[in-house]
Design a protein around this ligand. Sequence first.
Ligand code: GDP
Ligand code: MN
Length: 383
Amino acid sequence: MNIHEFQAKDIFAKCGMAVPPEKVAITPDEARTIAEELGTAVVVKAQVHVGGRGKAGGVKLAKTPQEAYEKAEQILGMDIKGLTVKQVLVAQAVDIAHEAYVGIIMDRQTKRAVFMVSAAGGIDIEEVARDTPEKIHKLAVDPFLGLLPNQARMLAFKLYVDPKIAGQAAKILTQLYNTFIESDASLAEINPLVTTSDGQLWAVDGKMNIDDNALFKHKDIEAMRDLEAEEPTEVEAREADLSFVKLDGEIGCVVNGAGLAMATMDMVNYYGGSPANFLDIGGSSNPDKVVAAMNIITSDPKVKAILFNIFGGITRCDDVANGIVTALRRIAEGPGGPLKLPIVIRLTGTNEEEGRRILQEVDLVATDTMADAVQQAIKLGNN
Ligand code: GDP
Ligand code: MN
């Protein structure tokens, strides 16, 4: 689960980091009031779950409360990478002498929390990572020992020459590590970690991503979920207990099992198509899930064809077939009338014969092989 910048910085502030005073506004008037209260120049920042807001025009300096009003007016409602800005953060502006990057991710390769730090922080960190990867320093932390004081100092000295500033940085890195572990994050990042001209460090931007599977342990973080900021179909999928990730392609995929779903997406790409989503209906035999999956996929206007790839194990083919038939009937009875998209179904395994019989009753045919089904779906989608 992603949280907003202001929420991540609240967490950072609670563990002792210096975060500029700030508040969230949902109207330009509120932004002006907050700027008046702060009594300083402010930055008005779009709160959306995506990076690169600065480059997209979603981060603007305002010297006066009136300017804060105007910038908020510009930023609220703005579209940043497909997300509409519904709230802005109004933060005390910091005078920036230097911007560093510090981040931690859960790394699958080393199976450890890995620090990444760079003295070349700020909005161009992606380019730094691509063009001059040697400027990014990494450290995998032993989960039993945690971040050792000497490791924190060693990382800090990769960023700063001045021992006073490095000392502050070592403390921040330790705080970041502790909060990363305590909140079961998969990512925690400060970019930029700003040095002011008087040698103070400030967390000016914050980002955290929390492992969904650990949210039950963190009711306070779970309560931060902003459904308005999330992809609506992903919200709907979560409610229906489906694992779903929206993508940009045109073949809507309904698959049972995450591995098979990945393989299906690979095959769609291999045969020249592109998947509209990752969707795993899971191992259960619940027709309601198929109905929910169909609803979610057909709500994406880019989808040109629907591909079912079901390998019946615990999932029974007859249940999936019933789900497909039920979903088609409900869609037909809905305001848009019968489904206009072609459907290709690959169905093998438990209760396969019964599944095929159910499909035949409504003139749907199942293919035997995955390759056939994928190629057909792409072909029908292109017509
Ligand atoms: P991002 O582009 O989504 O990562 O948003 P950031 O919060 O990192 O802001 C982008 C850039 O805006 C930063 O790298 C800074 O250069 C600049 N910026 C953000 N806050 C301040 C501030 O308080 N003062 C000044 N002078 N610049 C800021
Ligand atoms: Mn940033």
